[in-house]
Design a protein around this ligand. Structure first.
Ligand code: ZN
Length: 136
C-alpha cells in the first residue's frame, strides 16, 4: 500500500513538474501560443465586462455623482476663500502684465534690465540701481 503511494508520488510529481516546465518553455519561445493565450484572456475579460455592464454603469454614475457633490460641497464651503484666491491671482497677473507693458513701452532694449527693487530701467551690467541705489 505504502509502496503504491510512493510510486504514484514519484511518477505523478515529476510528470507534473515536467509538464509545467514544458508549458513555460513553449510560452517563452512561441509567440503564437502566447497570442492564443492572450486572446483567450481578452475574450474572457470581454465576457466578464459584458456580464458586469450594468454594475459598471451604476458604479460610473455613482462615481460621477460623488464627484459633482464633492465639488459642490467644496464650492459651498469655501466660496469666499476661493474668491479671495482668484482676486489675489488676478492681482499677481496684473503686476506681471504691467511689467510686460512697461517693457514694450520702453522698447525692449537688449542691454537694459529692470531694477529688482524699484523697477527702474537700468543698464544690464550696472551693479547698483541709478534710482534706488540698491545692489543688483
Ligand atoms: Zn531701484
Amino acid at each position: 500500500m505504502n509502496n503504491m503511494i510512493f510510486d504514484a508520488l514519484f511518477v505523478i510529481v515529476p510528470i507534473l513538474v515536467l509538464g509545467i516546465f514544458i508549458f513555460v518553455i513553449i510560452m517563452l519561445i512561441s509567440p503564437k501560443m502566447r497570442g492564443k493565450m492572450m486572446s483567450r484572456q481578452i475574450r474572457a475579460t470581454k465576457y466578464m465586462m459584458e456580464n458586469a455592464k450594468d454594475d459598471l454603469k451604476e458604479m460610473g454614475t455613482m462615481a460621477g455623482d460623488i464627484k459633482v457633490q464633492t465639488r459642490k460641497h467644496i464650492l459651498d464651503q469655501n466660496e469666499e476663500r476661493l474668491k479671495d484666491i482668484e482676486k489675489r491671482t488676478a492681482n499677481i497677473e496684473k503686476e506681471g502684465i504691467e511689467v510686460k507693458v512697461k517693457a514694450i513701452r520702453d522698447g525692449l532694449s537688449k542691454n537694459a534690465i529692470y531694477c529688482k527693487y524699484c523697477g527702474t530701467l537700468i543698464d544690464e551690467d550696472s551693479k547698483f540701481c541709478k534710482k534706488c541705489g540698491k545692489e543688483q
